[in-house]
Design a protein around this ligand. Structure first.
Ligand code: ZN
Length: 210
């Protein structure tokens, strides 16, 4: 069993995977003699936008652990968003794996790597979900473009009908004569091109038209 001080020592100089954090939590609920400490590892939130209401949520969780140590148990803080959805947060308490249950830097690293992988997988799966929705939307738009024009309808009007976005607004638009659809990647805080999910019409397997 480690005391708080030796746990601090375990963490000192430890390099964790990007987006993962570790901290020694102290149990302040017991008497000082019984005070326990435990290392907790957690990650950034897997998304920067609430999956239910689309409002931006705190993505960088580096500043504070999402759990506290009370009566010897790790208790997560409430992650309920204003819309009612419980926002995802990945964390795990680190336990010593040797005979004396003393926590080593390797124990911390092992948990951190697992959580880091879970974070990547969660981000990827959300990105994949968005990607398939974009493919579907663009496919429908292209089908609509290929349908015969109505009486008095012009090609320009039809194109305007399917356009839902622009270079700066997410959605469908015509770029250099090709239709594309794009959205922000909810897993990353916006900014660089890597944070966008984009589908070009040339990527889609389309039914051939007469
Ligand atoms: Zn929400």
């Amino acid at each position: 069993m480690n005391t708080g001080n030796t746990l601090d020592h375990v963490l000192s100089g430890l390099r964790l995977p990007e987006g993962t954090y570790a901290k020694v939590l102290h149990d302040l609920t017991g008497s000082p003699q019984e005070r326990e400490a435990q290392i907790v590892v957690w990650t950034d939130r897997p998304y920067a936008v609430c999956p239910r209401c689309d409002q931006p949520v705190t993505h960088d969780l580096s500043q504070a652990a999402p759990v506290q140590l009370r009566q010897g148990e790790l208790e997560p803080f409430d992650q309920q968003h204003s819309c009612g959805l419980r926002l995802a947060v990945l964390w795990e308490g680190v336990r010593g794996t040797d005979d004396h249950h003393a926590v080593t830097p390797d124990d911390v690293l092992c948990v951190a790597r697992e959580l880091s992988e879970a974070l990547t997988a969660t981000r990827q799966s959300r990105r994949d979900t968005i990607l398939s929705r974009l493919r579907e939307e663009l496919t429908e738009a292209l089908q609509r473009l290929n349908e015969p024009l109505a009486e008095g309808e012009t090609l320009e009007e039809r194109a305007e009908d399917v356009r839902t976005g622009s270079e700066t607004a997410p959605g469908i638009y015509l770029e250099d004569g090709h239709w594309i659809i794009w959205a922000y990647d909810p897993g990353r805080p916006g900014g660089s091109e890597d944070d966008l999910v984009v589908v070009h019409e040339t990527e889609l397997q389309l039914a051939t038209h007469p």
